[in-house]
Design a protein around this ligand. Structure first.
Ligand code: NG1
Ligand code: ZN
Length: 530
């Protein structure tokens, strides 16, 4: 492309108005919404380049997920629904931070270095969460996309996982699903209803649950789901948009604070579920008859799925490499149960869905979940074909074919393109229904070690670097030695420190056998960086 055409991309409205440095982190750019106008504009430009580079549809999602309402963010979705390729993260970070006077030359450099054919058509599909700042940021992104002559298709208010689904459907000519929101709701709910058939309740399982939507997009999506799910399940929605986004509610709040959301009626032993601001994380919880709060997080969800899939595979006499991927935040109780009781291999990945997703692909059936409730299950195409054959294999017994058919339908309940709170919720409901379990039976599977997370504000979080899937600190010197010394004094003690990729803080995690020791352990470790 000649440089005179590139001059079109100069747009005063979206000039950079501050000097702060922004980094494309674990989940794209996140910052105060007022700092992001030029970033969104430039991400629009970049999404066009990426689309041309891959000759495929790229997604651009405007959200800051679980962050406060005043923050916002953007992430790009690559053609197969995965997070932006790591090699491009530095390119994106650089583009977001250059001065306006260097914008054209930076774009030229990207085109040259990546050898991008500018004659290829570019399509970018966009979506946004319910933040007040999102529409203006969307306009900035659209201006950027159109500035480089890209085609935009805006899906408006949608959940992050819905945009991932749409990107994949579009890039696979519909073979993964119909590339519309209707297609998404239809695919998941049809499979969900098919597995439970007309039997709504089963054993201890009652098809009713209460959902905390974090005052975010999840409320809109669940209400839409109602139209497709019919009477198969009743979901009462709270924090459905009247209050402030993520404030004293939502999956992150419930998980980190280990307490129920506000504005939420609690009845003993009723199954409750909470999602985050862009509906990609899901956590279950309940209050027992003694008013004790119980949390069933991503580790519990992963364990439930793994145990059930193992059971189904045995029932249909199929043998695949089934594995589970966690992060260092996974409770030691869950890891122990999965590897030593279920005897399913467990891998540990760095925080951030792209790391878990990548590792899960190494298994035939890879289940991955962050403890915070973000996760999915991935099936190799050859596995799906084998299961399909088993459903029609006359040499198998009827019960074996039935188990295969159940498995096949369950695959369609799952949004394999990324962790999806609502799809994961339907999957959990499907499994609890099949087992005839209430939330209490589910909770009994294993015992969590008492655990806690703290956020510590430090002057420069990046002085802390880590290794071994973030379980150990490399720098500053002596920090890891300090952690080891403290941890060795606690039974089943484990603790680690890492800089957050989404907030300007350092996270401290600790677990140990005795609840009474927990505060002391985590405080001692936190003091090492305070
Ligand atoms: P950071 O801020 O890097 O810890 C958090 C979550 C991640 C992931 C991202 C993206 C924890 C401890 N960390 O990342 O798991 O979900 O946000 O939303 O929950
Ligand atoms: Zn989220």
């Amino acid at each position: 492309m000649e440089s005179f055409k590139l001059e079109n991309i100069l747009n005063e409205k979206y000039n950079k108005k501050h000097d702060g440095y922004l980094q494309y982190g674990t989940a794209g750019f996140r910052a105060g919404a007022d700092l992001l106008d030029h970033v969104l504009y430039r991400m629009g430009l970049l999404a066009v380049l990426r689309s041309k580079d891959k000759n495929a549809v790229i997604g651009l999602m405007i959200t800051a997920s679980h962050n406060v309402e005043s923050d916002n963010g953007v992430k790009l979705i690559d053609p197969a629904g995965e997070m932006l390729e790591p090699a491009w993260e530095q390119i994106v970070t650089n583009l977001a931070n250059v001065n306006d006077s260097n914008l054209i030359s930076t774009i030229q450099q990207i085109i040259k270095e990546r050898n991008i054919d500018m004659s290829v058509n570019a399509t970018v599909i966009t979506g946004r969460d319910t933040r007040r700042s999102s529409p203006a940021l969307l306009n900035a992104a659209i201006a950027g996309i159109q500035g480089l002559n890209g085609t935009v298709q805006d899906f408006g208010l949608i959940t992050t996982p819905q945009l991932h689904y749409l990107v994949v459907c579009m890039n696979t000519n519909g073979s993964y699903g119909v590339p519309t929101l209707n297609g998404y709701y239809e695919k998941l709910s049809k499979a969900f209803k098919h597995v439970r058939q007309d039997k709504i309740n089963n054993g201890q399982y009652v098809a009713e649950l209460q959902l905390d939507a974090a005052n975010g997009i999840g409320a809109i999506a669940v209400k839409e789901f109602h139209n497709y799910l019919g009477t198969s399940i009743t979901i009462d929605v709270y924090n459905d948009g009247d209050g402030e986004l993520n404030y004293l509610c939502g999956a992150d709040y419930v998980k980190v604070q280990q307490q129920p959301p506000t504005n939420f009626p609690l009845k003993p032993n009723v199954r409750c579920v909470t999602v985050d601001g862009d509906a990609d994380r899901v956590i279950y919880f309940y209050l027992d008859e003694n008013n004790q709060f119980h949390l069933l997080d991503g580790d519990r969800i992963a364990t439930l799925i793994a145990a059930y899939f193992k059971e189904l595979l045995q029932e249909c006499q199929l043998s695949f490499k089934l594995g589970l991927v966690q992060t260092a935040y996974a409770n030691g109780g869950s890891t122990d149960y999965i590897s030593n009781v279920l005897k399913i291999p467990v891998a540990c990945a760095s925080t951030g869905i792209k790391h878990l997703h990548g590792k899960a692909l190494e298994f035939d059936i890879g289940i991955y979940f962050e403890a915070n409730g973000h996760g999915s299950v991935l099936f190799k195409e050859s596995v799906v074909q084998t299961i399909k054959h088993a459903t029609m294999n006359a040499q198998l017994q009827a019960s074996e074919r039935e188990a295969a058919s159940k498995l096949l339908n369950i695959i369609d309940v799952i949004n394999q393109t990324v962790g999806d709170a609502l799809s994961d919720m339907l999957l959990v409901e499907t499994i609890l229904h099949a087992k005839g379990w209430s939330i209490i039976e589910w909770k009994k599977m294993y015992k969590d070690l008492p655990n806690k997370q703290l956020k510590v504000k430090v002057s420069d979080k990046n002085v802390i670097t880590t290794t071994n899937a973030e379980t150990q600190c490399l720098t500053p010197e002596g920090l890891q030695h300090g952690i080891d010394k403290i941890v060795s004094q606690y039974k089943k003690g484990r603790s680690f420190i890492r800089p957050s990729g989404t907030e300007d803080i350092v996270r401290v995690y600790a677990e140990c056998e005795d609840t009474c020791d927990l505060d002391k352990l985590i405080t001692e470790v936190a003091l090492l960086v305070y």
